[in-house]
Design a protein around this ligand. Structure first.
Ligand SMILES: O=C(CSCCNC(=O)c1cc(-c2ccc(F)cc2)cc(O)c1O)c1ccc(O)c(O)c1
Ligand SMILES: [Mg+2]
Length: 214
């Protein structure tokens, strides 16, 4: 049996990126996915928007839904201060196995807690299992039809506080219509669309930033 795409991305990182240098890992993955084979990382263009929002929010406790190969995990963790924590949730064990190694190669493992399993199961356990009070920033990048149910679940579990920010990838492509309708229509959120492109392509996509008003 041949290798999988995530395994080939990991091989490129271990071959070309400087160990312990998060930016080198990010650049290597972008290079590989732009010129060798496309993969569903948030990418360099939307990644720059993600960076600016992480920089603005300076989260102490952050949640990422959808780790995949760990590209955005490394991108975010490299911008967090030492005592900040990034919890990242991945359903697919094969993706998680690759992500652990990418995160380690980048040298950001001390800031990252990678959790394996379904978001619907883990979100209600965040407080008791990981001592989370609430999330300062949540990056939604997992199954697109889970954005809305998981947002409602985070509200119900008291994981969002006044000022918590949701940042959602792929709101145009593949698209998250029910989620967009909810955050744009709800008086409990202040939403803003950041127009961009689907990673490594000219197809329109964007990020939706929604502030929870409590
Ligand atoms: O894929 C999953 C679900 S998690 C990944 C969610 N992310 C996406 O689906 C995602 C998709 C696209 C995208 C894909 C094809 C296009 F033509 C255009 C866009 C872009 C993104 O930025 C994304 O984040 C999963 C598969 C099998 C399992 O066995 C499992 O466990 C999980
Ligand atoms: Mg995405």
């Amino acid at each position: 049996t041949g290798s999988t795409r995530p395994e080939r991305i990991l091989a490129a990182v271990q071959r070309k990126a400087t160990k312990g240098d998060a930016r080198s890992v990010v650049n290597t993955i972008d290079q590989y996915c732009r010129y060798q084979e496309w993969a569903m990382n948030v990418g360099d263009e939307k990644g720059a928007i993600l960076d600016s929002i992480v920089c603005e929010v300076k989260p102490s406790v952050m949640l990422e839904l959808g780790t995949y190969c760990g590209y955005s995990t490394v991108r975010i963790a490299s911008m967090l201060p030492p005592n900040a924590r990034l919890l990242t949730l991945e359903f697919n064990p094969a993706y998680a196995a690759v992500a652990r190694q990418v995160i380690a190669w980048a040298g950001v493992e001390d800031k990252v807690v990678l959790i394996e399993g379904p978001s619907g199961d883990w979100i209600p356990k965040m407080k008791e299992e990981f001592g989370v009070t609430s999330f300062d920033l949540v990056f939604l990048d997992h199954w697109k039809d889970r954005y809305l149910p998981d947002t409602k679940l985070m509200e119900e579990c008291g994981l969002l506080r006044t000022g918590s920010i949701l940042l959602a990838d792929n709101v145009i492509c593949p698209g998250t219509p029910e989620y967009l309708e909810y955050v744009r229509g709800s008086p409990r959120y202040e939403s803003k669309y950041f127009r961009s492109h689907l990673e490594y392509t000219r197809v329109e996509d964007g990020l939706e930033k929604s502030v929870f008003l409590g």
